[in-house]
Design a protein around this ligand. Structure first.
Ligand code: ADP
Ligand code: MG
Length: 372
């Protein structure tokens, strides 16, 4: 296994000189690390993965694998295995031959090929499928074959490009667990592209969020969830999406969302015009809640419900997740944000950290827990 390092990597397409698809992308994927690249469609996730694989030229910067620059190294000599969304299997070959294909090309002895394919088939629980051909397999089984074909070559790292997006939801959940298990079992370096943020949150050691301006934030999944660096990441990570609404800071340092004053300790120098973010799961029903609204719509999902709450002074309804019995549509309803769970951003979308309360009295005024 090997680490992968990107330094100042950029991509433009011919005729698009002025327009970088990716600009100044730099991060390192540690040996054995599982890094997930997420971002909206078209932001350059596949392009970045293909550049690491060597299938796409880079326009700027340097990519190295295990400390060696591979800018000039052809794909076959990078020692990486790529798994595509489309599976890319040979329909006329058996599963065994599909998995064995790369080893045959590399002239590995027959007995050794057989042993390797069987070991991989066992690992992926598809020993009984080895004589079938891809058209006789389900989508999940085909993806398993594609993964098996990657594993059998003992690559230095695995590159996955949305490998589960052609599967239905139940299968996707199964395969997700399978891939997590494989990562543990193989201790492999994995770079995994997805637009599914449940996959990103559950699989990643670290997530790289890509946006229109390249890398938006890099960090452990829960770090991105707890402290998104900007509005883009705040809106992208988390499901259902974070509520984002304009807020104002008055001269007394109180933060207003519509006509609700929220508990937040403004740091010195905070601007007056802000964007406030509150996750739907961090709004709680509260008879004395500071946010007062009218229930527009309730979506009952079984374990929980999504309540859409219209609040005076806000353009968009707030989304609230409740585990208990939800209120009825049309009802007046009050909620409060969970203390310490507000996200605040400046006009440029950058996160503003809350300041430390100067005194316990100030903490009390801001509704924060007292400092010991
Ligand atoms: P993602 O995988 O994140 O959905 P891609 O990496 O496929 O995005 O594409 C990133 C951007 O690069 C898109 O805007 C796409 O239109 C553009 N692009 C991809 N391939 C080419 C190409 N061969 N020529 C010009 N533009 C391209
Ligand atoms: Mg893509």
């Amino acid at each position: 296994m090997a680490s992968i390092a990107l330094q100042g990597v950029g991509k433009t397409y011919p005729g698009k000189e002025a327009h970088y698809i990716l600009r100044d992308v730099g991060f390192t994927i540690g040996d054995g690390e599982f890094v997930v690249l997420v971002g909206p469609s078209g932001c350059g996730k596949s392009t970045l993965l293909r550049m690491i694989a060597g299938l796409e030229e880079i326009s700027a910067g340097e990519i190295s694998i295990a400390g060696q620059c591979v800018n000039q190294t052809p794909p076959a000599r990078r020692g990486l295995a790529m798994v595509f969304q489309s599976y890319a299997l040979y329909a006329h070959m058996t599963v065994f031959d599909n998995i064995a294909f790369g080893l045959k090309l590399a002239r590995v002895p027959k007995a050794e090929i057989k042993a390797s394919v069987q070991a991989v088939a066992k690992m992926l629980q598809m020993e009984h499928l080895l004589e079938r051909r891809p058209p006789q397999l389900s989508g999940g089984q085909r993806q398993r074959v594609a993964i098996g074909r990657a594993i059998v070559r003992k690559p230095r790292a695995f590159l996955f490009d949305e490998p589960l997006s052609n599967l239905d939801a139940a299968l996707r959940a199964d395969m997700r667990v399978e891939i997590a298990r494989l990562h543990r079992q193989l201790g492999a370096t994995m770079v995994y592209v997805t637009h599914d943020q449940v996959e990103a949150m559950t699989l990643a050691d670290r997530i790289v969020v890509l946006g229109p301006a390249g890398v938006q934030q890099i960090g452990a999944p829960m770090h991105l969830y707890d402290r998104p660096a900007n509005v883009f990441v705040a809106g992208f990570i988390g499901s259902p999406k974070m509520n984002l609404a304009p807020g104002t800071l008055d001269p007394a340092g109180r933060l207003w969302l519509g006509n609700a004053a929220l508990a937040w300790q403004a740091p010195a120098g905070a601007p007056a015009q802000l964007t406030i973010g509150i996750r739907p799961e961090h709004l709680q029903p509260d008879p004395d809640g500071v946010i007062d609204g009218q229930v527009l719509l309730v979506e009952r999902l079984g374990a929980e419900s999504y309540v859409h709450l219209a609040v005076a002074g806000l353009d968009k309804p707030l989304m609230v997740v409740v585990q208990d019995l939800p209120p009825a549509a049309g009802a007046r309803w009050r909620v409060s944000p969970v203390i310490g769970r507000l996200h605040v951003f400046d006009q440029d979308g950058r996160r503003i950290e809350a300041g430390a309360p100067a005194t316990n009295a100030a903490a009390d005024a801001a509704g924060l827990p007292e400092v010991a």
